[in-house]
Design a protein around this ligand. Structure first.
Ligand SMILES: NC(=O)C1=CN([C@@H]2O[C@H](COP(=O)(O)OP(=O)(O)OC[C@H]3O[C@@H](n4cnc5c(N)ncnc54)[C@H](OP(=O)(O)O)[C@@H]3O)[C@@H](O)[C@H]2O)C=CC1
Ligand SMILES: C[C@H]1O[C@H](OP(=O)(O)OP(=O)(O)OC[C@H]2O[C@@H](n3cnc4c(=O)[nH]c(N)nc43)[C@H](O)[C@@H]2O)[C@@H](O)[C@@H](O)C1=O
Length: 316
């Protein structure tokens, strides 16, 4: 177990994953967290990152800072997705090495796997085929991050590991309809449709399948891996089951209490047909998720309504 007074840098601590990691660390008594917003420390700036590591000398690093977005953001801003993510990772991983960080965990993503991967996707499928075009720029950056962790482990003996979570959702998710991932977007679309008496328009055909993990489970897995896993091989972190987007829409409508029609904009991309992780390796180490999709949806909708300043009445 990591000493609770160790200096732990959570990069991206205001984001969905970073904030969940901070909650999990605080709940376990870690009391020496190093936190910087992107305004205070732009991780694309190599010189500033070097200064930060020299000044603060972190013992452990969770690298949850990244340029992140849903299918439309990824395909609309390919240059930002590849540049920001390459720059952030390169600077943080390199200076973690230079300043003797004891262990670093990089957050990757299920989009690193080939578009036509057999399902469920095993870690060994990395780099076995072409990527999904809607997010290949982001995926290439993430793959470079994985390879940096492996290279620094091989050449310098750094204990840098990489976790590959499936699609995540929960508190502090992004609810901006242009840049959100599907689950947050659907909660908002159905909420607004119910409030306004309109019919929501969803993207694509509804046929793609996705696997959803609550972000608190993801954070729990990150802490688990930081404590117990030290290997070059990437580690999948999934919920174990997937669902068609059309079925997810039906579940979200029920949680929100929307009973009208919905439309599908087929001009919008479907993306990968299916993305289900094989998470048997982390399961064999003794980790499993705690939150069902039904519970997670209810909790996240409740959180969203609290952000809107609404009462929680009516949301179980
Ligand atoms: N969301 C998902 O479904 C999934 C996410 N992941 C991975 O988890 C990680 C975190 O994602 P998530 O929490 O959803 O993303 P968010 O967008 O919620 O948070 C990202 C954080 O990164 C920080 N950041 C962005 N750019 C910079 C920069 N130039 N310098 C410093 N900090 C920066 C932001 O800091 P600030 O707020 O201070 O601006 C922000 O808080 C990513 O690596 C992502 O790939 C993996 C699988 C699925
Ligand atoms: C985490 C992962 O996230 C991204 O990949 P994705 O899983 O394809 O992304 P998504 O959540 O945005 O969409 C999932 C599915 O849902 C459909 N869909 C319906 N209606 C809405 C909708 O209103 N918004 C969105 N965003 N999608 C919608 C959408 O058409 C697609 O079929 C990558 O950016 C990648 O970088 C990555 O790592």
């Amino acid at each position: 177990m990591i000493d609770t007074h160790a200096r732990i840098y959570v990069a991206g601590h205001r984001g969905m994953v970073g904030s969940a990691i901070v909650r999990a660390l605080k709940a376990r008594g870690y009391d020496n967290l190093l936190l910087r917003t992107s305004k205070e420390l732009d991780l694309r700036d190599n010189r500033r990152v070097a200064e930060f590591f020299a000044e603060t000398k972190p013992d452990y690093v969770y690298l949850a800072a990244a340029k992140v977005g849903g299918i439309l953001a990824n395909s609309t801003f390919p240059a930002e997705f590849i540049y920001d993510n390459l720059a952030i990772q390169t600077n943080v991983i390199h200076h973690a090495y230079v300043h003797g960080v004891r262990k670093l965990l990089l957050l990757g993503s299920s989009c690193i796997y080939p578009r036509d991967s057999p399902q469920p996707m095993k870690e060994e499928y990395l780099l076995t085929g072409p990527l999904e075009p809607t997010n290949e720029w982001y995926a290439v950056a993430k793959i470079a991050g994985i390879k940096m962790c492996q290279a620094y482990r091989r050449q310098y003996g750094c204990d840098f590991i990489a976790a590959m979570p499936t699609n995540l959702y929960g508190p502090n998710d992004n609810f901006d309809l242009q840049t959100a991932h599907v689950l947050a977007a659907l909660l908002r679309r159905f909420h607004e449709a119910r409030e306004q008496g309109t019919a929501p328009t969803l993207w694509g055909t509804g046929a793609p399948r996705r696997e959803f993990l609550h972000v608190d489970d993801c954070a729990d897995a990150c802490l688990f891996l930081m404590d117990r896993y030290s290997d070059a091989m990437i580690m999948n972190v999934g919920a174990g089951q997937d669902i068609a987007i059309a079925e997810l829409a039906a579940q979200v409508a029920e949680v929100v209490g929307y009973r009208g029609d919905m439309q599908w904009d087929r001009a919008k991309p479907d993306g990968m047909p299916r993305k289900l992780m094989d998470s048997s390796r982390i399961a064999a180490l003794g980790w499993k998720p705690a939150t069902s999709l039904a519970d997670g949806l209810r909790r996240t909708y409740s959180w969203y309504r609290q952000q809107l300043g609404e009462s929680r009445s009516g949301v179980s």
